[in-house]
Design a protein around this ligand. Structure first.
Ligand SMILES: Nc1nc(=O)c2c([nH]1)NC[C@@H]1CN(c3ccc(C(=O)N[C@@H](CCC(=O)O)C(=O)O)cc3)CN21
Ligand SMILES: CC(C)C(=O)C(=O)O
Ligand SMILES: [Mg+2]
Length: 266
Protein backbone atom coordinates (compact mmCIF):
# COMPACT_ATOMS: atom_id res chain seq x y z
CA UNK A 1 0.00 0.00 0.00
CA UNK A 2 1.20 3.47 -0.89
CA UNK A 3 1.52 5.89 2.03
CA UNK A 4 -1.34 8.39 2.45
CA UNK A 5 -0.30 11.94 1.55
CA UNK A 6 -2.07 15.27 1.26
CA UNK A 7 -2.48 14.47 -2.43
CA UNK A 8 -4.36 11.31 -1.54
CA UNK A 9 -6.69 13.32 0.69
CA UNK A 10 -7.28 16.02 -1.94
CA UNK A 11 -8.15 13.29 -4.46
CA UNK A 12 -10.55 11.76 -1.93
CA UNK A 13 -12.28 15.12 -1.46
CA UNK A 14 -12.53 15.50 -5.26
CA UNK A 15 -14.20 12.11 -5.70
CA UNK A 16 -16.35 12.35 -2.56
CA UNK A 17 -14.74 9.51 -0.60
CA UNK A 18 -14.88 10.30 3.12
CA UNK A 19 -11.58 10.53 5.02
CA UNK A 20 -11.26 8.67 8.34
CA UNK A 21 -9.17 10.15 11.13
CA UNK A 22 -8.67 9.05 14.74
CA UNK A 23 -6.49 10.34 17.53
CA UNK A 24 -3.51 8.12 18.29
CA UNK A 25 -0.86 8.39 20.97
CA UNK A 26 1.31 5.26 20.80
CA UNK A 27 3.01 2.80 18.44
CA UNK A 28 0.71 -0.18 19.05
CA UNK A 29 -2.48 1.74 18.31
CA UNK A 30 -0.73 3.34 15.34
CA UNK A 31 0.03 -0.09 13.86
CA UNK A 32 -3.52 -1.32 14.50
CA UNK A 33 -5.04 1.78 12.88
CA UNK A 34 -2.80 1.36 9.83
CA UNK A 35 -3.85 -2.29 9.47
CA UNK A 36 -7.50 -1.24 9.66
CA UNK A 37 -6.91 1.49 7.07
CA UNK A 38 -7.39 4.75 9.00
CA UNK A 39 -6.06 7.44 6.66
CA UNK A 40 -5.07 10.17 9.14
CA UNK A 41 -3.74 9.75 12.70
CA UNK A 42 -3.90 12.81 14.93
CA UNK A 43 -1.61 13.11 17.90
CA UNK A 44 -4.14 15.30 19.69
CA UNK A 45 -3.40 17.51 22.65
CA UNK A 46 -6.52 15.74 24.00
CA UNK A 47 -3.79 13.46 25.40
CA UNK A 48 -3.62 15.92 28.29
CA UNK A 49 -7.12 14.78 29.22
CA UNK A 50 -7.30 11.13 28.16
CA UNK A 51 -3.71 10.09 29.00
CA UNK A 52 -2.58 12.57 31.64
CA UNK A 53 -5.85 13.13 33.50
CA UNK A 54 -6.00 16.92 33.30
CA UNK A 55 -9.39 18.54 32.92
CA UNK A 56 -8.32 20.60 29.91
CA UNK A 57 -5.65 20.49 27.18
CA UNK A 58 -3.81 23.55 28.52
CA UNK A 59 -1.06 21.79 30.55
CA UNK A 60 0.26 19.85 27.51
CA UNK A 61 3.79 20.79 26.36
CA UNK A 62 5.64 20.55 23.05
CA UNK A 63 7.86 17.89 24.67
CA UNK A 64 4.75 15.81 25.49
CA UNK A 65 3.53 16.15 21.91
CA UNK A 66 6.92 15.27 20.43
CA UNK A 67 7.22 12.17 22.64
CA UNK A 68 3.86 10.76 21.51
CA UNK A 69 4.45 11.79 17.89
CA UNK A 70 7.71 9.79 17.89
CA UNK A 71 5.89 6.71 19.17
CA UNK A 72 3.03 6.99 16.65
CA UNK A 73 5.46 7.56 13.77
CA UNK A 74 7.39 4.39 14.67
CA UNK A 75 4.16 2.38 14.65
CA UNK A 76 3.36 2.68 10.98
CA UNK A 77 4.59 3.87 7.59
CA UNK A 78 1.16 4.10 6.00
CA UNK A 79 -1.05 6.76 7.61
CA UNK A 80 -0.69 10.53 7.37
CA UNK A 81 0.50 11.74 10.78
CA UNK A 82 -0.73 15.08 12.08
CA UNK A 83 0.33 16.54 15.44
CA UNK A 84 -1.33 19.30 17.48
CA UNK A 85 0.69 22.35 18.43
CA UNK A 86 -0.22 22.66 22.13
CA UNK A 87 -1.50 25.66 24.09
CA UNK A 88 0.64 28.82 23.71
CA UNK A 89 3.28 27.09 21.56
CA UNK A 90 2.32 29.27 18.55
CA UNK A 91 1.77 32.68 20.15
CA UNK A 92 4.72 34.23 18.28
CA UNK A 93 6.01 33.47 14.80
CA UNK A 94 9.41 32.41 16.17
CA UNK A 95 7.85 29.97 18.64
CA UNK A 96 5.47 28.67 15.99
CA UNK A 97 8.25 27.80 13.55
CA UNK A 98 10.53 26.25 16.18
CA UNK A 99 7.77 24.18 17.79
CA UNK A 100 6.26 23.04 14.49
CA UNK A 101 9.74 22.01 13.35
CA UNK A 102 10.18 19.96 16.55
CA UNK A 103 6.95 18.04 15.82
CA UNK A 104 7.99 17.45 12.20
CA UNK A 105 11.38 16.12 13.36
CA UNK A 106 9.51 13.82 15.74
CA UNK A 107 7.77 12.27 12.72
CA UNK A 108 4.67 14.37 11.96
CA UNK A 109 3.77 15.02 8.31
CA UNK A 110 1.76 18.11 9.20
CA UNK A 111 0.76 20.16 12.24
CA UNK A 112 -2.58 21.48 13.48
CA UNK A 113 -3.19 24.83 15.21
CA UNK A 114 -6.33 26.29 16.76
CA UNK A 115 -7.44 29.76 15.71
CA UNK A 116 -8.58 31.81 12.76
CA UNK A 117 -7.45 34.53 10.38
CA UNK A 118 -4.80 35.73 12.84
CA UNK A 119 -2.84 32.55 12.05
CA UNK A 120 -2.45 33.51 8.38
CA UNK A 121 1.15 34.75 8.62
CA UNK A 122 2.20 31.68 10.62
CA UNK A 123 0.47 29.34 8.19
CA UNK A 124 2.15 31.05 5.22
CA UNK A 125 5.61 30.87 6.77
CA UNK A 126 5.27 27.25 7.89
CA UNK A 127 3.94 26.18 4.50
CA UNK A 128 6.74 28.03 2.68
CA UNK A 129 9.20 26.29 4.98
CA UNK A 130 7.78 22.84 4.23
CA UNK A 131 5.34 22.32 7.09
CA UNK A 132 1.76 21.69 5.94
CA UNK A 133 -0.86 23.08 8.33
CA UNK A 134 -4.36 22.18 9.39
CA UNK A 135 -6.32 25.00 11.02
CA UNK A 136 -8.82 23.96 13.72
CA UNK A 137 -11.91 26.22 13.80
CA UNK A 138 -15.13 26.30 15.79
CA UNK A 139 -14.85 24.84 19.30
CA UNK A 140 -11.12 25.24 19.87
CA UNK A 141 -10.51 23.52 23.24
CA UNK A 142 -7.38 25.56 24.05
CA UNK A 143 -9.76 28.56 24.34
CA UNK A 144 -12.13 26.85 26.79
CA UNK A 145 -11.52 29.61 29.34
CA UNK A 146 -12.32 32.29 26.77
CA UNK A 147 -15.53 30.52 25.72
CA UNK A 148 -16.56 29.71 29.30
CA UNK A 149 -16.96 26.00 28.61
CA UNK A 150 -17.05 23.52 25.73
CA UNK A 151 -19.85 25.15 23.72
CA UNK A 152 -21.02 24.78 20.13
CA UNK A 153 -19.64 27.68 18.04
CA UNK A 154 -20.95 29.52 14.97
CA UNK A 155 -24.60 29.43 15.96
CA UNK A 156 -25.41 33.08 15.22
CA UNK A 157 -25.09 35.05 11.99
CA UNK A 158 -22.04 37.08 13.12
CA UNK A 159 -19.99 34.11 14.36
CA UNK A 160 -20.87 31.87 11.42
CA UNK A 161 -19.90 34.62 8.95
CA UNK A 162 -16.63 35.08 10.84
CA UNK A 163 -15.88 31.34 10.82
CA UNK A 164 -16.42 31.16 7.05
CA UNK A 165 -14.13 34.18 6.61
CA UNK A 166 -11.49 32.55 8.84
CA UNK A 167 -11.63 29.38 6.74
CA UNK A 168 -11.23 31.36 3.50
CA UNK A 169 -8.36 33.44 4.90
CA UNK A 170 -6.27 30.56 6.29
CA UNK A 171 -6.74 28.55 3.10
CA UNK A 172 -5.64 31.60 1.09
CA UNK A 173 -2.57 31.70 3.35
CA UNK A 174 -1.81 28.07 2.47
CA UNK A 175 -3.64 25.88 5.01
CA UNK A 176 -3.80 22.35 3.59
CA UNK A 177 -6.71 21.19 5.73
CA UNK A 178 -9.47 22.56 7.95
CA UNK A 179 -10.76 20.86 11.09
CA UNK A 180 -14.20 21.93 12.31
CA UNK A 181 -15.28 21.06 15.85
CA UNK A 182 -18.81 21.45 17.23
CA UNK A 183 -20.38 23.73 14.65
CA UNK A 184 -23.88 23.54 13.15
CA UNK A 185 -24.27 21.11 10.24
CA UNK A 186 -25.24 23.81 7.71
CA UNK A 187 -22.22 25.96 8.54
CA UNK A 188 -19.88 22.96 8.12
CA UNK A 189 -21.53 22.30 4.73
CA UNK A 190 -20.86 25.89 3.65
CA UNK A 191 -17.20 25.62 4.68
CA UNK A 192 -16.83 22.27 2.87
CA UNK A 193 -18.26 23.82 -0.32
CA UNK A 194 -16.22 27.02 -0.03
CA UNK A 195 -12.68 25.75 0.49
CA UNK A 196 -10.78 23.48 -1.90
CA UNK A 197 -8.89 21.65 0.87
CA UNK A 198 -10.21 18.69 2.89
CA UNK A 199 -12.49 19.59 5.82
CA UNK A 200 -12.47 17.12 8.72
CA UNK A 201 -15.28 17.36 11.25
CA UNK A 202 -16.03 16.37 14.83
CA UNK A 203 -19.54 17.28 15.90
CA UNK A 204 -19.82 19.12 12.57
CA UNK A 205 -22.27 16.87 10.75
CA UNK A 206 -22.14 14.63 7.68
CA UNK A 207 -21.13 17.14 4.98
CA UNK A 208 -17.45 17.36 5.92
CA UNK A 209 -14.86 15.58 3.75
CA UNK A 210 -13.88 13.41 6.71
CA UNK A 211 -14.48 12.71 10.39
CA UNK A 212 -12.30 12.50 13.48
CA UNK A 213 -12.89 11.11 16.99
CA UNK A 214 -10.78 10.68 20.09
CA UNK A 215 -9.90 6.96 20.10
CA UNK A 216 -10.81 6.51 23.77
CA UNK A 217 -14.29 7.92 23.09
CA UNK A 218 -14.99 5.61 20.14
CA UNK A 219 -13.87 2.60 22.20
CA UNK A 220 -16.25 3.54 25.02
CA UNK A 221 -13.61 4.71 27.51
CA UNK A 222 -14.82 7.98 28.96
CA UNK A 223 -15.63 9.28 32.39
CA UNK A 224 -19.02 10.92 32.69
CA UNK A 225 -21.39 11.85 29.88
CA UNK A 226 -19.71 11.74 26.46
CA UNK A 227 -20.14 14.64 24.02
CA UNK A 228 -23.02 14.41 21.56
CA UNK A 229 -20.80 13.43 18.63
CA UNK A 230 -19.34 10.34 20.37
CA UNK A 231 -20.35 6.89 19.19
CA UNK A 232 -19.10 3.58 20.57
CA UNK A 233 -17.70 1.53 17.66
CA UNK A 234 -16.40 -1.32 19.81
CA UNK A 235 -19.98 -2.55 20.09
CA UNK A 236 -20.50 -2.19 16.28
CA UNK A 237 -17.79 -4.56 15.10
CA UNK A 238 -16.57 -8.04 16.00
CA UNK A 239 -15.70 -6.96 19.54
CA UNK A 240 -12.01 -6.43 18.76
CA UNK A 241 -10.28 -3.07 18.75
CA UNK A 242 -9.22 -3.41 15.12
CA UNK A 243 -12.82 -4.36 14.36
CA UNK A 244 -13.93 -1.11 15.97
CA UNK A 245 -11.53 0.82 13.73
CA UNK A 246 -12.85 -1.06 10.67
CA UNK A 247 -16.48 -0.32 11.66
CA UNK A 248 -15.63 3.35 12.13
CA UNK A 249 -14.03 3.55 8.66
CA UNK A 250 -17.00 1.72 7.08
CA UNK A 251 -19.57 3.97 8.75
CA UNK A 252 -17.67 7.16 7.92
CA UNK A 253 -17.38 6.09 4.27
CA UNK A 254 -21.01 4.94 3.97
CA UNK A 255 -22.30 8.06 5.72
CA UNK A 256 -23.93 6.04 8.52
CA UNK A 257 -21.75 8.03 10.94
CA UNK A 258 -22.33 10.82 11.88
CA UNK A 259 -26.12 10.45 12.18
CA UNK A 260 -28.28 13.47 13.08
CA UNK A 261 -28.05 12.57 16.78
CA UNK A 262 -24.24 13.09 16.59
CA UNK A 263 -24.52 16.57 15.05
CA UNK A 264 -25.80 20.01 15.94
CA UNK A 265 -28.72 20.94 13.69
CA UNK A 266 -28.30 24.65 14.46
N1 LIG B 1 -12.09 12.44 25.39
C1 LIG B 1 -12.07 13.59 24.73
N2 LIG B 1 -12.83 13.72 23.61
C2 LIG B 1 -12.84 14.88 22.91
O1 LIG B 1 -13.56 14.95 21.87
C3 LIG B 1 -12.02 15.95 23.35
C4 LIG B 1 -11.22 15.75 24.49
N3 LIG B 1 -11.28 14.58 25.17
N4 LIG B 1 -10.39 16.72 24.96
C5 LIG B 1 -10.19 17.90 24.15
C6 LIG B 1 -11.41 18.29 23.45
C7 LIG B 1 -12.56 18.77 24.33
N5 LIG B 1 -13.70 18.46 23.51
C8 LIG B 1 -15.04 18.60 23.87
C9 LIG B 1 -15.44 18.51 25.18
C10 LIG B 1 -16.77 18.63 25.53
C11 LIG B 1 -17.73 18.85 24.55
C12 LIG B 1 -19.18 18.95 24.93
O2 LIG B 1 -19.58 18.57 26.02
N6 LIG B 1 -20.04 19.46 24.03
C13 LIG B 1 -21.47 19.57 24.29
C14 LIG B 1 -22.00 20.77 23.51
C15 LIG B 1 -22.81 21.70 24.38
C16 LIG B 1 -23.51 22.75 23.55
O3 LIG B 1 -24.63 22.46 23.08
O4 LIG B 1 -22.97 23.85 23.35
C17 LIG B 1 -22.19 18.30 23.81
O5 LIG B 1 -23.30 18.02 24.25
O6 LIG B 1 -21.61 17.61 22.96
C18 LIG B 1 -17.33 18.96 23.22
C19 LIG B 1 -15.99 18.83 22.88
C20 LIG B 1 -13.28 17.76 22.32
N7 LIG B 1 -11.99 17.18 22.70
C1 LIG C 1 -10.56 16.38 19.12
C2 LIG C 1 -9.43 16.55 18.15
C3 LIG C 1 -9.87 17.25 16.90
C4 LIG C 1 -8.24 17.23 18.77
O1 LIG C 1 -7.86 18.34 18.47
C5 LIG C 1 -7.54 16.49 19.82
O2 LIG C 1 -7.76 15.27 19.98
O3 LIG C 1 -6.71 17.12 20.51
MG1 LIG D 1 -6.48 19.12 19.88
Amino acid sequence: MKPITLRTLRDMKARGEAISCLTCYDASFSAAMARAGVEVLLIGDSLGMVLQGHNSTLPVTVADMAYHTTAVARGNQQSLIMADLPFMSYATIEDTLANAAALMRAGAHMVKLEGGSWLSDSVRLMTQGGIPCCVHLGLTPQSVNVFGGYRVQGRDEASSTKLLEDARNVVAAGAAMILLECVPTDLAKRVQETVDVPVIGIGAGPHCDGQVLVVHDMLGIHSGKPARFVKNFLSCGDGSIEGAFRSYIEQVKSGEYPAPEHAFAE
